[in-house]
Design a protein around this ligand. Structure first.
Ligand code: NAI
Length: 426
């Protein structure tokens, strides 16, 4: 064990924090039928008995339901944050009070503490890892390779983490199996699209108290997240402008009726800029002088590298906190460029941010819980990135449809045979 203390040893009014955290979790659980169903099954069957699970996730109420589900399935769980600003300390405290859970997650940590907390989780010697962004898998491979032999596998939640893992796999450097949870239909088509769309716009609106109607909203990247953001912004009467580097994605945006421009041109007309690329240096030095007074700059991609804040800081003659969660950078001609949530993923890091809607995370975390069980029970996966078995993803969809009272048709035997045949032509 390292010296880094769990949250339970860091907060002053621990009891009040636990109570509030528990209240948030109960609200989330009320709207998470998939995790509730899996939890009931897992409590009875104890599929994770004897396992130690190390997690680096956004520690807020919905994640807490996943953490508890895994603990109630028989595992010892150690958890920390995957972003210095996304933890809800009260939820972290509530988790830490569970007998089988240790939570090191704390909001507002600096880089050193962030990595100390990851080390603290790793010191529990996990047999399964669950990451959002791959920081823990990286730390295990770089600094604790001796633990790899005892690790059955991992699960990765987000696009950036899966990109990093695939790059690691291609280099032959990934030494245990990891499920690309992000890439399942039940995650990506809902969490990335609807979750990021709704929660990013809601966080920006609540942080700034400004309207979307009539604004030029520049969405950088028209991937799953960008599509969601663009659609929801258009739905609130904004004019959406998309920037892209991939021709087919740009064409899709164009055919949806959005303006598509290079960032150099979008910079001149945008009122709000929201990056969703998972790439770095998307809004940089050359763009800031073109921007209008009062623009908002925000990021919904995983890391805070999409907007070059160092360059913006160099250009600024003055900086001040314009509102809670908004830093104004004043240019030498008096224009104010407003950065929301320090350029960190805005739907989780803004002071009022709540992350994705509960229902959406129920799906993502349902897939996570099922994947952890699959890793433990099958033990059949070799080192590398693995797609989540389609049947498992479908099962999660079936639970959700049943919970929402939605029925669908099933294929007849004749239809099944037809769909699997090649003999029937014109
Ligand atoms: P994606 O790969 O589907 O989309 C990214 C898009 O950005 C691609 O179309 C790519 O061509 C484009 N792009 C790359 N570089 C660009 C540049 N310089 N300028 C303009 N466009 C560029 O990825 P997805 O699933 O949309 O995820 C994007 C990011 O959001 C990732 O970092 C992911 O981890 C993160 N994410 C954040 C969530 C949140 O809660 N805020 C939820 C889910 C994902």
């Amino acid at each position: 064990m390292t010296d880094y203390p769990p949250i339970g040893e860091q907060l002053d009014d621990l009891e009040a924090a636990r109570e509030e955290g528990r209240r948030k979790m109960e609200w989330a659980a009320q709207h998470m039928p998939i995790c509730t169903r899996l939890r009931e099954e897992y409590e009875e069957e104890q599929p994770l008995e004897g396992q130690r699970i190390g997690m680096a996730m956004h520690v807020e109420a919905k994640t807490a339901i996943l953490v508890e589900t895994l603990a109630e399935a028989g595992a010892e769980v150690a958890v920390t944050g995957c972003n210095p600003l996304s933890t809800h300390d009260d939820v972290s405290a509530a988790l830490d009070s569970h007998d089988s859970i240790t939570s090191y997650a704390k909001r507002g940590v600096d880089d050193e503490e962030y990595y100390q907390a990851i080390e603290a989780v790793i010191s529990h010697e996990p047999t399964v890892t669950v990451d959002d962004g791959m920081d823990m898998i990286a730390a295990i491979h770089e600094d604790h390779p001796e633990l790899i032999e005892g690790i059955l596998g991992g699960c990765e939640e987000t696009t950036t983490g899966v990109h990093r893992l695939r790059a690691m796999d291609a280099d032959g450097a990934l030494e245990y199996p990891v499920f690309a949870v992000n890439d399942t239909p039940m995650k990506r088509l809902f969490d990335n699209v609807h979750g990021t769309g709704e929660s990013s716009l809601a966080s920006i609106a609540m942080t700034t108290n400004l309207s979307w109607a009539g604004k030029n909203v520049v969405v950088a990247g028209y991937g799953y997240c960008g599509k969601g953001v663009a659609k929801k912004a258009a739905g609130q009467n904004a004019n959406v402008i998309v920037t892209e580097v991939e021709p087919r994605r740009a064409l899709e945006a164009h055919m949806e009726g959005y303006d598509v421009l290079p960032m150099a041109e979008a910079a001149e007309v945008g009122d709000v800029f929201l990056t969703t690329t998972g790439n770095r240096d998307v809004i940089v030095e050359e763009h800031f002088p073109e921007m209008k007074d009062g623009v908002l700059l925000a990021n919904a991609g995983h890391f805070d590298i999409e907007i070059d804040l160092e360059a913006l800081d160099d250009l600024a003659t003055e900086r001040y906190e314009a509102r809670d969660g908004v830093e104004a950078y004043v240019m030498d001609d008096g224009r104010r460029l407003n950065v929301v949530a320090e350029g960190r993923l805005v739907n989780l890091a803004a002071p009022v941010a709540l992350g994705h809607p509960v229902e959406v995370m129920d799906q993502s975390f349902g897939v996570q819980a099922a994947c952890v069980r699959e890793l433990v029970e099958s033990k059949a996966y070799g080192p590398g990135v693995h797609d989540v078995p389609d049947e498992l993803d479908k099962e999660i969809a079936e639970i959700k449809l049943e919970a929402d009272g939605v029925s669908i048709d099933s294929l007849t035997d004749t239809q099944t045979e037809y769909m699997g045949s090649w003999e029937h032509g014109t």
